[in-house]
Design a protein around this ligand. Structure first.
Ligand code: XMP
Length: 515
């Protein structure tokens, strides 16, 4: 079965949780994709979706510049689910009435059902269901043909439906975890109302992507930069599955990697696959370039430029390469288009500049996937768990975790501290619970006392953050014991360090990396 034939499209009206809607639907093994609400009707028709979701959004339907959908959307004969603003919009555009709520509803709310079919199949009218609301406006009068399915304390129309047309609307957010019936509601929409079949599995994704890559590439050559991270490893494994020997990977050791960061991955590729990897040791080059550089942006530019230069040289040696495989993920794709359909400013990390310079066509087989799906795919492709659940690591590596000049000595100190952080995080099982955890070497020395001697040595900062997408993050509430163990071990085991501090800043305003 074509994995895209059973598709739900989500029209984005600017909600913070639009991506979550897509993820929750895909968890049910139905493919879903997000588009700006301005997506032309013709395009929607071409896509032949089995259902359409209108997302929430910050606007009020009465705002002067309120984002509206094409009214003809409601004549396509396709089931529609409106969520929050989406439900109000549907109400407004189909002739019902939306008003400012007397009392705004934010946070948890109890939902009482007056109908137990459609979205609420399998539920009952006696129970009260916890849902999560976030709205200032509310549906006052449902449009013609619609009736209420559920009420909440401040919303007499907390859910509405049009039986024949298969239109449903909810004031609450089924996509967030606090809505305890959220998954049931979405399941009822995609399977019950839209009649989808669950066809989106990683197994079927591999099958169809392999064929697509083979058709695109033909007998041409492809290169791929391995960074040691999950995305590039999975990209390489997938492209290799499709075209085997035609793929060559290039791994540039810039001397700024963590201890053993890429070793296990290389070992896997060498022992378990027949992937060709050109392993370039460019440590001396990079450290030479970084000599006496202290400005963070200058460091980043030098490292990025060095990477491109070496990559380009190696690609030239290979001759007649036509494609570059890259691990671009779905959030990168959607984030580069705002919900109003225009491109916001987004600075690209890493290899973003490569294709322009090298005139290579891109292969981005992960473009449709979220990070958790990439992990699932990696496991399905047989990559080791250790590589799959690795925390993200920045392209410029330890270079931006050493404040001030990057030298071999300072790299040596940071690497030892970093290993301790990772070991203790893994032992306590916090390694997988947090988004990232690492050590940073500060450019100052402080006074301490070891044995009977006064010391004047380096300070290491510990950074650990919780996040879902790195756009925002909060410092991890690690147990004191764990913090204590990490600090003790670093001070005792790493020569040249006599103090450890813990970073308690959130992003924003601080960033995750220190430079
Ligand atoms: P910041 O420091 O901007 O980091 O809050 C957000 C996330 O991105 C990672 N990061 C990078 N990743 N190349 C990358 O591939 C880079 O230049 C880069 N800079 C930051 C960072 O580790 C965090 O996960």
């Amino acid at each position: 079965m074509d994995i895209h034939s059973e598709k739900i499209i989500i029209l984005d009206f600017g909600s913070q949780t639009t991506q979550l809607i897509a993820r929750r639907i895909r968890e049910q093994k139905v493919y879903s994709e997000i588009h700006p609400y301005t997506l032309p009707l013709e395009k929607i028709k071409e896509m032949k979706p089995k259902g359409i979701v209108l997302s929430g959004g910050p606007a009020s339907v009465y705002d002067d510049d309120a984002p509206l959908s094409d009214p003809a959307l409601f004549d396509l004969g396709i089931p529609v689910l409106g969520i929050c603003y989406g439900a109000q919009l549907m109400t407004h555009q189909l002739g019902g009435k939306v008003e400012r709520a007397v009392k705004r509803e934010f946070g948890k709310s109890d939902l009482e059902l007056v109908y137990t079919g459609g979205l609420f199949a399998g539920m009952d009218t006696e129970s009260r269901y916890q849902v999560w609301m976030s709205h200032g406006d509310r549906i006052e009068t449902a449009p013609k043909g619609f009736v209420a399915s559920a009420i909440s304390e401040h919303s007499p129309m907390a859910a509405i439906r049009h039986e024949e047309k298969h239109f449903v609307g909810v004031q609450f957010h089924p996509e967030v975890a606090h809505t305890l019936i959220g998954n049931d509601v979405l399941r009822n929409f995609i399977f019950g109302i839209c009649g989808c079949e669950p066809s989106w599995t990683m197994h079927s994704f591999i099958e169809s992507t392999v064929v697509a890559i083979q058709e695109k590439v033909g007998s041409d050559k492809v290169i791929c930069a391995l960074s040691g991270g999950v995305d590039s490893a999975v990209t390489a494994a997938l492209v290799h599955r499709a075209i085997g020997e035609q793929l060559t990977c290039i791994y540039v050791n810039n001397g700024l990697m963590r201890t053993g960061e890429t070793k296990s991955l290389m070992k896997f590729f060498q022992e378990k696959t027949h992937l060709k990897v050109i392993d370039i040791d460019a440590e001396e080059y990079f450290l030479g370039e970084l000599h006496s550089i202290v400005d963070p942006e200058e460091k980043r530019k030098l490292i990025g430029y060095g990477f491109i230069k070496i990559f380009e040289e190696e690609a030239k040696k290979l001759g007649d390469v036509n494609y570059l495989a890259q691990g671009t993920l779905y959030p990168d794709v959607i984030e580069s288009v705002s919900f109003r359909g225009t491109a916001p400013i987004k600075s690209h990390h890493n290899v973003g500049g490569l294709p322009d310079i090298m005139k290579l066509d891109l292969i981005e087989p992960l473009r449709e996937l979220f990070k958790d799906e990439v992990r699932e795919l990696g496991l399905e492709l047989g990559l080791p768990e250790e590589a799959i659940y690795r925390q993200p690591f920045p392209g410029p590596g330890l270079g931006i975790r050493i404040m001030g000049e990057v030298t071999k000595e300072r790299l040596h100190i940071l690497r030892q501290a970093d290993v301790i952080v990772l070991e203790e995080m893994k032992k306590s099982e916090y390694y997988r619970k947090v988004w990232q955890s690492f050590a940073v070497l500060l450019p100052i020395q402080t006074v301490g006392v070891m044995g009977d001697e006064r010391t004047y040595e380096h300070v290491v900062a510990l950074r650990s953050v919780d996040s879902v997408d790195a756009m925002t993050a909060d410092w991890s509430r690690l147990p004191y014991d764990l913090l204590g163990r990490i600090s003790n071990r670093i001070i005792n085991e790493v020569r040249g360090v006599n103090r450890v501090v813990f970073d308690i800043s959130s992003k924003p305003p601080s960033t995750i990396e220190w430079e």
